[in-house]
Design a protein around this ligand. Sequence first.
Ligand SMILES: *Cc1c(COP(=O)(O)O)cnc(C)c1O
Length: 390
Amino acid sequence: MRGYNHPKSGVLLYKVERHGRSVVYATDTPDDLDALYDGGAHGFTYSREGHANARTLAQMIDGMEGAADGVVVSSGMAAISVALMATCKAGDHVLGGNQLYGRSLRMMNEELPRLGMETSVFDPTDIAAARAAVRPNTRAILIEVVSNPTLRVADMPAIYALAREIGAVVIVDNTFTTPYAYRPFDHGADIVVHSVTKLMAGHSDAMLGYVAARDPGVAERLNIVATTWGFTASPFDCWMAERGLLSFDLRFERAQANARALAEALNALPGVARTVFPGLPNHPDHNRARDILGDAMGNMVSFEIPGGRAAANALTRAAQPIAFAPTLGDINTTLSHAASSSHRALSAEARGQLGMSEGFFRVSVGVEPAQDIIAAFTRGVEAAARADQA
Ligand SMILES: *Cc1c(COP(=O)(O)O)cnc(C)c1O
């Protein structure tokens, strides 16, 4: 017996029979190795080049995104790196949303320029701003559908149209929206990236990314870049994420319903100055969110309380057992604070311009009973108000 078929995907999984280690795969003859390398045969040679767990996971996410030949890599940032390196080179200009994930912004501001690329950012809710930022050498637009942590909704149809007009590729970071809410390839995206670490794997125990391209030639480039630069995913993390993904729909549905309930409760709470949830009619992009996301408004809720750091400290303490942790997409609710984590590198004024005061929090809502989540935040907001008055 040389191998067996994976029961779900049907992929032939080889066991290493001789000299077997987790990263190397034995074959019988040089002819067999040729067959693997030249693509005719299923199987693996050396795990940086690909392994069964990554392939199985990639095929599951391909199915969710309506993609083919997606690549699973070691983190969401690895996926973004692969997407940019596979499509752009020195001399190209990359446009990005001005509220991208913090590390993506850092890549735009520091790493890409170091490699000879030009970059600029624009407000993705304002297509005139995008158009004004276009240069003759604009090659790629990196965009998140829902921004973090202010939850603004990008004008996706206009961005796809602009990209087609100027011959640029659109790279959509679908981490927040997930294929449950939005499938970028159905609407005009060229490349989709994910931090699988977040909602897809869902348990904060695996770090992975995913990248796929609509064009088969670009898809092949993604695989070459990922392998050559060494962005390979850990097999163990892939296996953990595969388990997590099996319950993704259930988790996402429950988390979304909880997010709506929490947003409505915070919106009615006297100690909350502002609640941000695309599903609330008072959200500045509510109509666009309905057009783009339908009823799938996601599991993220942001809110702002009056007061400074003392009020913020009181809130996180009193909201326990809600974890104060700078991540999102865990099965449990987590709370994060832009001023001390994701946006700590910015000055207070720069944060203020983005709408993130000391009292601005983002909640990644999990699957706990809704009344427990609401009770924890009510305690937190009330404690913050007392601290602010003290
Ligand atoms: C977390 C995150 C990333 C980076 O993913 P890692 O797996 O942490 O490298 C990229 N984009 C978004 C929107 C994220 O939330």
